[in-house]
Design a protein around this ligand. Structure first.
Ligand code: NAD
Length: 488
């Protein structure tokens, strides 16, 4: 079952309330807790993806002119891998985790039991509208929750495809899609959820968190930021350049949360880097990149105008060293490199989220740490270097959601790494087991028997009991065991 504004069904507070109520009835019945249900729904997600690859590619093309290769690798294959990993690991994830106990509770055993939170809301963004909608849903299902997905209205073709496919494939008594924009999302946010998982910008992130606070609902906020790339001079320049391009223009034409936002390199090295970028960009996208089928278009005219404004800023308009071509009618902007942009320019004051790549130059590469740390903490930070000392310093001194040495964006594909931001770039993380954990409560469970009921716990308190309690607190195994067993 799916609500869709496209179909002109009204979705307001009443409908939002009724939806949560329905799902809570299912959750309370215990249905979503079983291993069998979780696996069946994860398999259904896999099947709906595998069975409709062509439609998914077509909807991504309609929303973003995304190339088939990017759609397949970065959305479809990633989602399928995520499903498969969850199915493979689920038993292991669900198993209680045995932990050590202390002498204070001897004899006892303890474990951490992962329990589902309840009814959860996933609000998704437009740039990877298929993957970013369903990847958190995998975690929600794996952890045994009922879930409402609200895809982004800015990717309408993918949103309606998700509503249709989840309506057909999933258990709609516990998994629903609500399509819509601000009104529908606001109606959903008024409800009491057991977790809200939001992907998007920090302004709306604050709205989500404020709404969640009313019900003491925990949140995951997957936000963005200005992800820097530091480029040293002792590197394989060709490989580095190709990897920077792949992470920038090869990821939805820079409209990706972990795309390189700007480069920092030395004044001396910058000309070499610019030449290499020009050579490789031309090799990848040809002499007329506006016509390249391998580059996504800008999502809509608002974002086109926003990016145009960044380029038209007086402080940077003379700094373009490559690209800068635009076609408003097709919402296309070519890969654009800007050299020596001032740090107080517009382009350096907000997340670019598009095909523009400014380069900042410094005298010494170590200065890059101050440049990065003087801004908000980014979602990702990259460095290309062979200098061991510099790598270590970068990892230790740059605070970011994730760090990659000698590549860009690839940490996203490693399921054993948490994916999420820090500070302004987000709150919480997911992927692999971290997704399961994001939607679980870690319940502390202590098992005791009736054996060893130490009288020193109980009044009347005496000097002897006090002595033993002190031994218990301070150590001294023999005394402690004697005390616990009531032998003194
Ligand atoms: P968006 O416009 O699709 O908005 C995200 C969601 O918020 C949508 O579902 C939308 O309906 C909802 N929304 C918008 N305004 C709202 C309001 N006033 N009240 C309630 N809900 C509202 O996406 P966006 O924000 O433009 O996405 C781009 C941003 O997201 C960038 O900053 C990017 O870095 C970040 N991002 C982060 C990740 C990540 O995984 N960390 C992934 C993708 C994008």
């Amino acid at each position: 079952m799916a609500f869709s504004t496209v179909n002109k069904e009204v979705f307001g507070s009443e409908e939002a309330f009724a939806t949560v109520k329905d799902l809570r009835v299912t959750f309370d019945s215990g249905k979503t807790r079983s291993y069998k249900w979780r696996v069946s729904q994860l398999k259904a997600l896999f099947d709906l993806t595998e069975g409709h690859e062509k439609e998914i590619v077509a909807s991504l093309y309609s929303d973003l002119s995304k190339s088939e290769t990017e759609s397949f690798i970065q959305e479809i294959a990633m989602l399928k891998n995520s499903c498969q990993a969850a199915i493979k690991e689920l038993k292991h994830w669900m198993a209680p985790e045995k932990v050590k106990t202390s002498l204070t509770t001897f004899p006892s055993s303890a474990e951490i039991v992962s329990e589902p939170l309840g009814v959860v809301l996933v609000i998704s963004a437009w740039n990877y509208p298929f993957l970013l909608s369903l990847d958190p849903v995998i975690g929600a299902i794996a952890a045994g929750n009922a879930v409402v997905l609200k895809p982004s209205e800015m990717a309408p073709a993918t949103s309606s495809l998700l509503a249709k496919l989840l309506g057909e494939y999933m258990d709609n008594s516990s998994i629903r899609v609500v399509e819509g924009a601000v009104d529908e999302t606001s109606a959903l946010l008024q409800q009491k959820w057991d977790k809200i998982f939001y992907t998007g910008n920090g302004r709306v992130g604050r709205i989500v968190m404020a709404a969640a606070a009313k019900h003491l609902t925990p949140v995951v906020l997957e936000l963005g930021g200005k992800s820097p790339v530091v480029v040293d001079s002792d590197i394989n320049l060709k490989v580095a350049t190709r990897r920077i391009i792949a992470g920038k223009w090869g990821c939805n034409n820079g409209q990706a949360c972990i795309s390189p936002d700007y480069i920092i390199t030395t004044k001396n090295y910058a000309p070499k880097l610019v030449d290499a970028l020009k050579t490789e960009l031309e090799a990848f996208y040809g002499k007329n990149p506006l016509e390249s089928k391998d580059l996504s278009r800008i999502v809509n005219s608002n974002h086109f105008a926003r990016l145009t404004k960044l380029l038209d800023d007086d402080k940077v308009s003379g700094k373009i060293v490559y690209g800068g071509e635009k076609d408003e009618s097709k919402l296309r902007i070519s890969p654009t490199v800007l050299l020596d942009v001032p740090r107080d320019s517009l382009i350096m004051s907000e997340e670019i989220f598009g095909p523009l790549l400014p380069i900042i130059t410094v005298d010494k590469l170590e200065e890059s740490f101050d440049v990065i740390n003087s801004g908000s903490k980014p979602l990702a930070a990259y460095i290309f270097t062979n200098n061991k000392n510099l790598k270590e310093k970068f990892v230790m001194n740059v605070s970011a959601g994730g760090v990659v040495i000698n590549d860009t964006t690839m940490h996203l594909a490693v399921h054993t790494l948490p994916f999420g931001g820090v500070g302004e770039s987000g709150l919480g993380a997911y992927h692999g087991k971290f997704s399961f954990d994001a939607f679980s409560h870690k319940k502390a469970v202590l098992y005791r028997s009736f054996f060893g009921d130490a009288p020193i716990r109980y009044p009347p308190y005496t000097a002897t009991k006090m002595r033993l309690l002190k031994a218990l607190v301070g150590g001294g195994i023999l005394n402690i065991v004697r005390a616990i067993l009531g032998m003194s």
